[in-house]
Design a protein around this ligand. Structure first.
Ligand code: ME8
Length: 663
């Protein structure tokens, strides 16, 4: 049994997790699950990166000591894992004593081998990415990675002799062409390496929230030296007990560090250099994926344009979210996260193609074969349609196995859905519903339903890493209960005739609502955002609706022209009524000075409709119309609210006529 150790990045805890973090975790989970199905001894690690200036400042703003702050926010990351069905074997926090010991042990090893010296660092630092930025790379005095302002620092610092590792790293890259994937990232790193490396400042004295440097506690370690070491800590490094040491011998080096493309340099240059300096084995592979974008900008907590995984899980179910992110993002490239795309994939791929196939096949077996998988007739299995499908299924097993182990989740799912389409076509061609009525064609009926059920069973087994709950439910409907799930013996034609089917229930009921209606329903059900309770300093949580918040410019400000695009006008309420079946919505008829129109506003919990008639309000007059609970809304009413509490309408201290512009 070979072992497979896979890690996600450990996430900063300055804000609550968003879909980008969830994506990395779900991808690592799918690959870990696939390796388990292949019989590997898997160790899957994720966790939180809790030290550094960014977190220290976030804690200060939240008015909490950093350790307490860390406990609160790290819990948000940990608590998300079960709702993603993450099958991680460990969750590491860099504030744990085991990590403290491990980082100090690594520091000593590197220092004792002569690769650390004391000097003075003077230069620029980006607190958002926690990186030193060379003057030549600044863009308008801003960080080239995230666009945030950098800070000038000048302080005594320990340096790591990174420059000494240029050649050893180049040699390693040449000896291991797959060390960094995809190739585009490898090439970037090779170019970076070939240009030569400066020594790296690896300690700070201007703040204290970090792991102290051994024998010089005025310094805390550079957060990346601390963070990267987590991968070894969890494998047992730095511990004196024999069990940990055995574990380290078994699981280190890691097979894959899965990361986003913005942190390749830290993983593919700094980390292997630290390990070379410490005389420890290097991870086998650094695999990086692209970014989820919202309206063309990277989804990120510093911009606040984030999607919350829980909103999507609530609306579509976890497996639909998992399917969407795996299918939609070609691994390594960026992809846009759009509600319309999820809804379309849900209804087309999941409800129509897959869900209907499962329910059609199992329902027919219940009706026509007394709920037991019928026995196929060998001669009929030899017909071209049956042969073709079974050959395709056999190929599919190999394709999926190969694709998933090299992170090509999108192509694996595409191949699975091709066979789903083939199976749907096969059923249409064989027309079992007609065969069921012909007493002399029962052999054909049995064979066609067997082939459909057998194919579905393989498909469900192959879906295990991607959509674990759906796979289980499908297998239960087919009557297959595996003691230990495994891909070892998976092959077409192995479903046992006579198997008793479980009850059929719809897997993905079609969603008839529009995207706007879905957003609104989650508005109605949503809880107030969580992290900001404890962390007022974090960027404002996005509205629970899925709408992408507009990407803020890199500076976080907008021009006056941007602002003037929003046409705010005074309007008078002419009539108001509740929207049927909605707790929150009122339908208002308003006079905007230029016209009379309907606007739907989420203020029903705070205002009685009758009390609004005649009242002056402020509306966004040039908003695209949207349907909310079936009512077309032509604008938006402005209101304030305290921490997501009841809305309070914007008003004036004297009477104002409808039509006047607000600016
Ligand atoms: O960088 N699209 O933590 P972090 C896809 N603590 N993935 C995204 C994403 C997006 N828009 N946004 C974030 C750190 N991610 C360090 C890592 S590791 C020793 C230390 C994912 O909270 C992606 O995996 O900023 C990215 O690398 C990671 O979250 C960054 O998380």
């Amino acid at each position: 049994m070979s072992r497979f150790y896979i890690t996600t990045p450990i996430y900063y805890i300055n804000a609550e997790p968003h879909l980008g973090h969830a994506y990395s975790t779900m991808v690592a989970d799918a690959v870990a699950r696939a390796h388990r199905l292949l019989g590997d001894d898997v160790f899957f690690l994720t966790g939180t990166d809790e030290h550094g200036q960014k977190v220290e400042r976030a804690a200060q703003k939240a008015g909490m000591p950093p350790n307490r702050f860390a406990d609160v926010v790290a819990a948000k990351f940990r608590d998300l894992l079960p709702s993603l069905h993450a099958s991680n074997d460990d969750f590491i926090r860099t504030t744990e004593p085991r990590h403290h010991a491990s980082v100090q042990a690594l520091w000593r090893r590197v220092r004792d081998r002569g690769h650390i010296y004391k000097g003075e660092y003077a230069g620029w630092y980006c607190t958002v990415d926690e990186v030193f930025v060379p003057e030549t790379q600044l863009v308008d005095r801003r960080c080239p990675i995230c666009g945030n302002a950098v800070e000038r620092i000048a302080e005594e610092s320990y340096f790591f002799r990174l420059s000494a590792f240029q050649q050893p790293l180049l040699d390693h890259y040449r000896r291991h062409p797959d060390f960094v994937t995809p190739t585009v990232r490898r090439n970037e790193m090779m170019t970076f390496l070939e240009a030569g490396l400066d020594d790296l400042s690896i300690s700070r004295t201007s703040f204290t929230w970090g792991i102290p440097v051994p024998d010089d506690p005025a310094h805390v370690m550079y957060v990346w030296f601390d963070a990267l070491t987590n991968y070894m800590t969890a494998a047992g490094f730095g511990s004196d007990d024999a069990a940990s040491q055995q574990r380290f011998a078994r699981y280190w080096p890691a097979d894959v560090h899965l990361i986003g493309k913005e942190i390749v340099r830290q993983h593919a240059i700094y980390w292997p250099a630290f390990l070379l300096a410490a005389d420890l084995p290097l991870p086998r592979q650094i695999v990086s994926h692209g970014w989820w974008l919202m309206d063309g900008a990277k989804m990120s907590k510093s911009k606040g344009n984030v999607a919350r995984p829980r909103d999507y899980i609530e609306r579509f179910g976890l497996d639909a979210l998992r399917y969407f992110v795996f299918r939609e993002m070609v691994f390594g490239q960026d992809a846009n996260f759009a509600d319309e795309a999820i809804l379309t994939r849900y209804n087309a791929d999941l409800a129509n193609d897959f869900g209907n196939l499962v329910s059609r096949a199992t329902t027919m077996i219940h009706r026509a074969c007394g709920g037991r998988v019928p026995a196929p007739v060998a001669s009929l299995l030899g017909r071209p349609d049956e042969q073709r499908l079974q050959e395709k299924v056999a190929r599919l097993i190999a394709q999926v196995r190969d694709a998933v182990t090299v992170f090509q989740l999108s192509s694996a799912l595409r191949d699975i859905w091709e066979v789903i389409a083939d199976t749907n076509r096969y059923i249409v061609v064989r027309e079992p519903w007609k065969l069921a009525k012909a007493a002399d064609r029962q052999d054909e009926l049995a064979t066609s339903l067997y082939v459909a059920a057998d194919t579905l069973r393989v498909i469900a087994e192959l879906l295990r890493p991607f959509m674990p709950a759906t796979a289980e439910r499908t297998l239960t409907m087919l009557g297959v209960t595996a003691e230990a799930a495994s891909w070892a013996t998976l092959a077409p034609g192995t479903l046992v005739a006579g198997t008793h089917l479980g009850d059929t229930s719809p897997l993905f009921p079609r969603i008839e609502q529009t995207v706007e209606e879905l957003r609104l329903m989650s508005n109605e059900n949503s809880n107030p955002p969580t992290v900001p309770d404890a962390v007022p300093a974090s960027p404002p949580a996005p509205p629970p609706a899925v709408a992408a918040a507009p990407a803020a410019a890199a500076t976080g400000t907008i021009t006056i022209d941007d602002f003037m695009k929003v046409e705010l006008r005074i309007a008078r309420v002419l009539a108001a009524e509740r929207v049927p079946k909605s707790k929150k919505l009122l339908k208002l008829q308003v006079d905007t000075g230029a016209d009379q129109r309907t606007i739907v506003a989420g203020i029903a919990e705070a205002y009685e409709p009758e009390a609004l008639v005649g009242r002056t309000i402020v509306v966004v007059a040039n908003l695209q119309p949207a349907k909310l609970m079936g009512v077309e809304s032509n604008g938006m009413v402005l209101a304030g609210s305290i921490d997501g509490g009841p809305p309070v309408l914007v008003g004036f201290d004297r009477d104002m006529p409808p039509g006047a512009r607000v600016r």
